[in-house]
Design a binder for this molecule. Sequence first.
Ligand SMILES: C[C@@H](Nc1nc2c(c3cc(-c4cn[nH]c4)ccc13)C(=O)N=C/C2=C\CC1CC1)C(C)(C)C
Length: 319
Amino acid sequence: VAAESKASTSAEATKPPSPARQRVKKTPNDFIFGKVIGEGSYSTVYLAKEVSTQKEFAIKICEKKHLIRERKTHFVMREKEVFMKLDHPFFVKLAYTFQDSERLYYVLTYARNGELLGYLHKLSVFDVPCTRFYTAEVIVALEYLHRLGIIHRDLKPENILLSDDMHIKITDFGTSKVLPLNEHGTPVNSPEQRKKNSFVGTAEYVSPEVLNNEPANFGSDLWALGCIIYQCLSGSMPFRSGNEYQTFQKIVKAEYTFPEGFNEEAKDLVSKLLVLDPEERLGMPGTGGMSALKSHKFYAGLDWDALPSTTPPKLMPYL
Ligand SMILES: C[C@@H](Nc1nc2c(c3cc(-c4cn[nH]c4)ccc13)C(=O)N=C/C2=C\CC1CC1)C(C)(C)C
């Protein structure tokens, strides 16, 4: 990588910086690359350290020829478009982008404490205070995302990362959808949007409408939220089944049961999210919007605006 980029850097060195590019573009030589953090759909994400600041970043690298061959350039363009719009503490931030002859590089926040899923596996279940806190942070993140007209479409505990101070950092927007905004800046999810969906989320969290080939909408993220709340308190997924086909059969019928002892307020909340008709899900405009969701008794007493500055409850093994 270093050798090739030297070639392109020298080529770039002769190109006068265009006015649009005020700050100098980074190159791979500005970073020391470490372990592979994860494989995205058309990319590999590495842990890396910026030489000049010793700061750690996650760097997503895409092979240009692979993207072109797989005709996925629009995915990475859309993902970059989404990252450029996001400026909120509960999302991974895009710090720099640059390229060399072979690859595209996206330099992003490194969420040092990894996936929420990891803690859920370690503890098997979260207690009510932790479930309240972390799912409330997801709700604040969804409210921000939906206000920007962005549907995540693949929300799941693997995409909910944790920062140094144990607040959430949502990531993986490669499959998100950006809805056009009308003249008032409100997202338009019109019938024209109803073209065949090319993307289906992760089996256990995908919503009925997406399985029925209807376009994803904000309700699709609320369905995933319902699955996540269920999973935090029970340690298992509501529609988990022997195989994917059986899982899908349960999803399209919203067929699931609560385990013994499941928190009553959470039962009521989940039953208002895992509803077949997206418009009927708590948090959608027809049911009072996100403020109705935030007023649900499961979150009684929670200071929503203080969440980013609240000390997160300790994720404790279930006693
Ligand atoms: C879901 C995602 N996983 C992850 N994506 C990102 C991480 C990340 C960190 C850990 C981690 C940290 N400590 N221990 C584990 C585990 C998984 C991660 C991060 O720090 N910063 C940005 C990321 C992603 C940016 C986005 C453009 C792709 C996949 C599997 C797609 C790579």
